[in-house]
Design a binder for this molecule. Structure first.
Ligand SMILES: [Zn+2]
Length: 87
């Protein structure tokens, strides 16, 4: 389980230009806590409910509730973008 909060832009690839409203191909996005390897699915509808459609994914900061990590949690939205082969 991950909590969502707003943070600064991360250094990412093309995900930087991706907005919440583009996540239409899958019902969840994968959140990865890179420090301890915790993985969880975040429901896209929760993102839509919480953020405006133009909100960029790179600006969404995730907080891992299992270990408290806030800085190094990544969002893998490739599947929700209809691109299973990315990353
Ligand atoms: Zn964690």
């Amino acid at each position: 389980m991950f909590w969502l909060s707003i943070g600064e832009c991360q250094d990412g690839a093309d995900i930087r230009r991706t907005e919440v409203e583009h996540l239409t191909h899958h019902e969840t996005v994968k959140a990865l806590c890179t420090v301890r390897g915790h993985v969880a699915d975040v429901h896209v509808v929760d993102l839509w409910r919480k953020f405006p459609g133009y909100k960029r994914i790179a600006e969404i900061r995730l907080w891992c509730t299992r270990c408290g990590e806030r800085e190094r949690v990544e969002l893998d939205a490739a599947k929700a973008l209809g691109n299973d082969h990315a990353v």
